[in-house]
Ligand binder design. Structure first.
Ligand code: GLN
Length: 310
């Protein structure tokens, strides 16, 4: 990192500008997330050549939470194909909270794979002969995208299991509607365990860059998914990745993204970059407040909006 490097200089400038911002709230639905240090803020960008730039608390570990939904969806698509997946989970923005009870009236399908209901169905569509087998495949995919072996925060996982009443209710509702056919407890075990996987902003940058490179991890050179699957995943991230703020995100930032309740965000621009961010203070929609602001500033400085005329 040198003073002359414009990417490093911009990341540092954005970090300096936003570090003092202390608005927002820590996620409070499980005790471990309330223990996060609210001042933490890290960002990292990975290029299609596999070069990584980082600033702030980019090596701090936190649970990936809802960002895992992206990778479970990728596996479900790879295992079943787009048509079979779409029969069971939609691809329309819900415009509602991440844990909203929003199922299509006539089919019982959850609106999309990026909200909890849809992600629970997605987990049930990942192939495997047991819950542990399905989770193992999701963990392997996330690890291949990060370029290192990721692990589970067992404390976060235990707390998720203890407080999963809303997700359990969603599971039973979808079973009665016919959109979830697998066992509810087993499916929740997979879903909640994938949420408890530990990552850093550096990991998220490489994972996002893997999606931006059509499924090939630019650091390791390993193909993790087909380019069709990577494109399908990025498309749903573009319309549904930031919960009920997805429309405004697309307007202000303009790149496919996904956030998690522990404060992580990924965003990617095809063949251009993958970005990973971490800051645990959340805005009213449950998205990481500093991370959203940072992406707004970076999108402006690098003119990366997907629909801008080059
Ligand atoms: N584990 C959380 C849940 O299912 C994940 C939600 C999120 O990151 N928004 O409630």
């Amino acid at each position: 990192m040198t003073e002359l490097d414009p990417v490093a200089a911009t990341l540092d400038a954005v970090h300096r500008e936003l570090a003092p911002l202390d608005e927002g709230e820590l996620a409070g639905y499980i005790p471990p997330l309330l223990l996060a240090d609210p001042s933490r803020f890290g960002l990292a960008v990975c290029s299609p050549e596999g070069r990584l730039w980082s600033a702030g608390d980019h090596a701090e570990h936190f649970s990936i939470q809802s960002i895992s939904k992206v990778f479970a969806f990728a596996l479900a698509l790879a295992d079943r194909g787009l048509d079979a997946v779409l029969e069971r989970v939609g691809c329309e923005p819900s415009g509602e909270r991440f844990n909203a009870i929003s199922l299509e009236a006539d089919t019982g399908r959850p609106d999309n794979p990026m909200i909890n209901a849809g992600a629970i169905v997605t987990c049930s569509l990942v192939a495997g002969d047991s819950a542990a087998g399905r989770f193992g495949r999701i963990l392997s995919l996330m690890s291949a995208c990060a370029g290192r072996d990721l692990t589970v925060d067992e404390g976060v996982f235990a707390a998720e299991l203890e407080t999963a009443d809303m997700n359990r209710a969603l599971g039973y509702l979808m079973r009665s509607a016919g959109s979830l056919t697998a066992d509810v407890d087993e499916t929740l075990w997979v879903y909640l365990r994938q949420c408890a996987v530990l990552v850093t902003a550096d990991d998220l940058a490489v994972m996002a860059a893997t999606l931006a490179c059509g499924g090939v991890n630019p650091v390791t050179g390993v193909r993790t998914m087909s380019s069709d699957v990577a494109r399908h995943v990025l498309t749903v991230m573009a319309t549904c990745g930031m919960y009920d703020a997805s429309g405004e995100w697309m307007l202000r930032v303009g790149s496919p993204a996904k956030s998690g309740v522990a404060g992580g965000v990924i965003t990617a621009s095809p063949a251009t970059f993958g970005l990973g961010l971490y800051s645990p203070l959340l805005d009213a929609q449950g998205n990481s407040l500093r991370s959203v602001r940072a992406c707004e500033l970076l999108a402006e400085r690098f003119s990366w909006h997907a629909l801008a005329v080059p």
